[in-house]
Design a protein around this ligand. Sequence first.
Ligand code: NIG
Ligand code: FE
Length: 423
Amino acid sequence: MAKLTYIKQASQLLCMDGGRGPRKGREMSRLGVIADGSVIIEDGVIAFCGSDTLAELFMGSISKEALEKVEVIDARGMVAAPGLIDSHTHAVYAGSRENELEMRLHGAKYLDILKQGGGILSTARQTRAAAEEALVTEAKSRLDRYLLHGVTTVEVKSGYGLTVEDELKQLRAIRSLDRNHHVDVISTFMGAHAIPPEYAGRPDDYVKLVIEEMLPTVASLGLAEFCDVFCEQGVFDISQTARIQEAATALGLKLKLHADEIAEGFGGAELAAALRSVSADHLLKVSHTGIEALASSGTIAVLLPGTALFLMETPAPARALIEAGVPVALATDCNPGTSPTCSLPFVMNAACLTMRMTPAEVLTACTINAAYAVGRASSIGSLEAGKKGDVVLFKADNYKQLQYYYGMNLVDTVIKNGEVVVK
Ligand code: NIG
Ligand code: FE
């Protein structure tokens, strides 16, 4: 007998409808709002999404035996949206770096802290020292927090191991989280996150290790779907990044890129576009040609306004990107150095208030566009028959209130695969 979950009569149901590729320009404002809308989920998969009048008719067509197994969720006074998707995180790591916030408040620069062996290298030391189970336990509590904030899918990168064994340990932890937590986890290999101390002064030897040992092992074990690189001044240059990404493509991995975060005119966005990367992320310092290149390649700009805020930097030019026709997604960048948060709703607030994205654009950026950014648009990111029954109910009269009340968690109920996991 099928299990039915009937989410009934939301004040506003945001269908988002997927289909034709990531949304750009004005399409980012189309939410498919249905007043008094309902969703019916059958065995974890959406069977119906539309007005409650039609939902009642749908229920009338179901046999009596099946009807005894219905769980009705009263959504009156709520906004119902697809489960939120965090498409860029480093959520598996050990330790914390609050001392670096103090250093930066006194004027220290992020890349200088890294050069002196802190930053990513400080987290790498702690992550190398941690057992796999400890990494899983710590990250599990982060995923619990994600769920409380309405997030049902999270992309997580490696990149705090920086040896073959420690990168594999992090990736296995990511896989174990996907298998053992309600939140779905998508894995990205990011061995090229920093040059580890053993390779100081000989970065090309580390690039060789990434290409010749890490990538083939990760690919043969099926431990990652994407490959990402920190393409930045003093970290991995354009040519090293291109070599790594070409090797990853040859092994069947899809690409993401940390692009144009800190140095002006570095050319990360142009490279991401040329390599047909699924996404180019950060983009605080993206150039005009970089924006044009992303618009022509269809590469998704994953913007991380929480990181810009935490680094006390000017955020990415979201308006220019949207106006140029680049599809935009938003993510937390959850990591211990530049964005220690699991609150995607807070990042949505920041996108609105610091980058002037509208409430509708922000919702598109964390649902359907984020689904495209993690290669999952056929199963999540919108409320449509056949997609996963991942739904979040916010205590709000309309979707505009989600960005109006800021810094507060408006999540009331989270439904994952048709099951209530937060109430
Ligand atoms: O996306 N920029 C590179 N990587 C992360 C920060 C990682 C860290 O500082 O631990 C980011 O901001
Ligand atoms: Fe990042």
